[in-house]
Design a protein around this ligand. Structure first.
Ligand code: KIV
Ligand code: NA
Length: 274
């Protein structure tokens, strides 16, 4: 069994075989992807995907720690990265260090991810210098939905220079990789070519050094909406609903439980016990 990669291993994958990653929030889902992913992200998307929140802004440290601990129990071979939730790092580098250290100590994550470019470079440098590997996240940053005004593509036309500057800033600050969310393909290719750390695309480009998707999106469990960049590899949501509907019908018809699901009054006789 290979050991789980760490941030230095992931960093060294620049320009090589594409890095594979997905989000996970629970032990069973983490187990399913452990053999297939290089790293697994405990994303703050958990708030929208599993808790029914309208955005990621209401996600707390406590939620991230609880889900991080669950995911850790399902992983042996893949690295675990955990999102810093909104308001846990923006105030100061010291605040970011305190909360990043707590996330790693209480969950066993090998790195944290935080949103922001030029404005977070000082914080990224502070964390990395003190032993905390940081994955950056630029382009569409969902924690800034209220200032961005919507989940739209970032870095089109005259905005491209801003996103490019963000990429260089987080790479120069010591981030070991960076997530590029919902940026034009050409810009994603340019950033991937220019920065020395792996780019992880989501709604970006196949030329990125890796890809990430929200697992519930790609297996069809989260169906409230489907961003263009999501590919549905399965439709488990409708499959699960059909199973629930069949169960409901069988209970109402007294067809469930059947004989094989109930216990006889008399214990089976010795030797023939099943
Ligand atoms: O929270 C999340 O799921 C993420 C990924 C989509 C990059 O940040
Ligand atoms: Na996130």
């Amino acid at each position: 069994r290979k050991r789980a990669p760490n941030a230095v291993d992931i960093r060294a994958r620049k320009g090589g075989e594409p890095l594979v990653s997905l989000t996970a929030y629970t032990t069973p889902m983490a187990r399913l992807m452990d053999d297939h992913c290089d790293f697994v992200l405990v994303g703050d998307s958990v708030g929208m995907v599993l808790h029914g929140l309208e955005s990621t802004l209401g996600v707390t440290m406590e939620m991230m720690i609880l889900h991080g601990q669950a995911v850790a129990r399902g992983l042996d071979k893949a690295m675990m990265v955990i999102d810093m939730p909104f308001a846990s790092y923006e105030e100061s580098p010291a605040q970011a260090f305190r909360n990043a250290a707590r996330l790693m100590a209480e969950t066993g994550a090998g790195a944290v991810k935080l949103e922001g470019g030029v404005e977070m470079a000082e914080t990224i440098r502070f964390l990395v210098k003190r032993g905390i590997p940081v994955m950056a996240h630029i382009g569409l940053t969902p924690q800034s939905i209220n200032t961005l005004g919507g989940y739209k593509v970032q870095g089109r036309d005259d905005q491209a220079q801003t996103v490019l500057a963000d990429a260089h800033a987080v790479a120069d600050a010591g981030a070991f990789s960076l997530v590029l969310e919902k940026v034009p393909q050409g810009l994603a290719n340019q950033i991937t070519a220019e920065v020395a750390i792996p780019t992880i695309g989501i709604g970006a480009s196949a030329e990125c050094d890796g890809q990430i998707l929200v697992v519930d999106d790609m297996v069809g469990f989260f169906t409230a909406f489907k961003p263009k960049f999501v590919k549905r590899y399965a439709e488990l949501g409708p499959l699960a609903e059909a199973a629930i509907a069949e169960y409901a019908a069988e209970v109402r018809a007294r067809a469930f439980p059947a004989d094989e699901h109930v216990f006889a009054n008399q214990a089976p006789s010795q030797g023939t016990a099943k």
